[in-house]
Write a protein that binds this ligand. Sequence first.
Ligand code: ATP
Length: 433
Amino acid sequence: MADTMEKVVSLCKRRGFIFPGSEIYGGLANSWDYGPYGVELKNNIKKAWWKANVYMRNDIYGMDAAIIMHPKTWEASGHVENFFDLKADCKGCKKRFKAADLKDIKKCPECGGELTEARQFNLMFKTHTGPIEDASSLAYLRPETAQGMFVNFSNILDSRHPKLPFGLAQIGKSFRNEITPGNFTFRTREFEQMEIEYFCRPEESDKVYQDWVEARKSWYLDLGMKPENIRFRKHSKDELAHYAKACTDVEYNFPWGWSELEGIANRTDFDLKQHSSFSGQDLRYFDEVKKERFFPHIIEPSGGVDRCMLAFLADAYHEELVKDDTRVVLRLNKDLAPNKVAVLPLLKNRAEIVGIAKKLALDLKKDMVAVYDDTANIGKLYRRQDEVGTMFCVTIDVQSLEDKQATVRSRDTMGQERINIDNLKQYLIEKLK
Ligand code: ATP
């Protein structure tokens, strides 16, 4: 199974999904750069999330808050006080380890050297705002996007006048100085989150929480994730954060085992109460019918874009034997596939064929992500497109000059059809709906 991971990592590099960060300088450990197909896949995941959670609902508003927030935010949220990991350093090789990972191990797992006592280490990246680096200018890179939504709660009430229940949704970068990053893009120090803060009446929170678990399950399955590779694990009482009433982890069966993709938590009224008390602003909601003022409870589905993309890549990776040759194909859902169509001329030295293919690609680009490629023979071109999950390949050949038809090859079935070039765009639009 670890083998699958190596294959996915190698495909990501070979085909331009994900590259090691700062590679020409020898790489920066555990940082990754998204290449041409990676950025498309990542954008498609974000688009699918935004569509399901913002556009398709009447009760959720989108947001994009600043990464550097007022430092008091992180006092109110508990991150300054509690966002710690216990770490031990190796006195020999200087590597740092999470105490939880070491358990009963007394020596450095890397070099066998002596370990220091475990010390607390805050996961937030510190920086300074303005030219003077002192305590008054101390600031943090946000370790989660959630707080940007809590601090804007009253702005949303005043500008959009929503009634409970309603929510806020945000996608953006977060930063954690993780001590044990790893497993490719699964745990990194800079990553993207997709978070929803859904505000509701306290007595409705159990039902709203359950509804969110179901909604998130449908989202992953509707995008084609294999049901046997995803599970929902409810936290036991002793696993819960002190303020949380319930939490369910969405877990994916990664090549190295089941790991968290997303957490769905019932955070009670903790966040709004904390920010009210630290800011001195009244963040209670006023119910005009019942004439009562109270702190709404919050249900938070919080997922990682990078982890989600890695899960979809691992899920879609497929090898099959075709005429004694191994065909590697990414069976990504049509909404996630980075390329929808590739237009390929069968003979690149025939000007009329190339002309038709280029014109067709340009026309298709107006309505879908389409590429033109003539950099190899047709067999190789098909193989490359299969590896990046392109839904359809359209080939223009000598016969096309006479019958004005093109061959459309489907990624999944490899079945081919001759379609009139004039009708081709409509044909593809229907297939990709
Ligand atoms: P873990 O225990 O795996 O580090 P977490 O429980 O601390 O994750 P949350 O604080 O619940 O994570 O963050 C919500 C989501 O953000 C996670 O489910 C994950 O998808 C993503 N995420 C968190 N930390 C990282 C990271 N270091 N790298 C990539 N994604 C992350």
